[in-house]
Write a protein that binds this ligand. Structure first.
Ligand SMILES: [Mg+2]
Length: 126
């Protein structure tokens, strides 16, 4: 799998990079929504891990843009929201915003691999 990490905080990206390396996935990383859109226009990815609160263009604006402006099937790429918020309070809102799943802090290998397997079934067992 090739996965795009979108987060303005270096240490958050660093931790996700380490987890993705351990899971054997390829990755690229950018710092805000505008850079994410540029990366997705240039390259193919299988999944996006997207922070919510970022400067320049936040996660909700970015998902909205991808869902409404990218051609099919690129507009349907699985996008996971990265957040510290309680999922029980926020999950419906994030679904409405166009996210597929929520990955809550603290991140760990099991949470991340479960989400990747759920969203990309052909990845299972690899
Ligand atoms: Mg942030």
């Amino acid at each position: 799998m090739r996965i795009l990490i979108v987060d303005d905080i270096f240490t958050n990206r660093y931790l996700l990079v380490e987890l993705l390396k351990t899971l054997g996935h390829d990755y690229a990383q950018v710092e805000n929504g505008r850079e994410a859109i540029e990366a997705l226009e240039k390259e193919n990815f299988d999944l996006v891990l997207m922070d919510i609160e970022m400067p320049v263009m936040n996660g909700i604006e970015t998902v909205h843009y991808i869902r409404n402006n990218f051609p099919a099937p690129a507009n349907r790429i699985p996008i996971v929201a990265l957040t510290a918020h309680n999922p029980e309070l926020f999950f419906e809102d994030f679904r409405d915003s166009g996210f597929d799943k929520l990955l809550t802090k603290p991140y760990n290998l099991e949470k991340l691999s479960t989400i990747i397997d759920d969203l990309i079934p052909e990845n299972k067992g690899s």
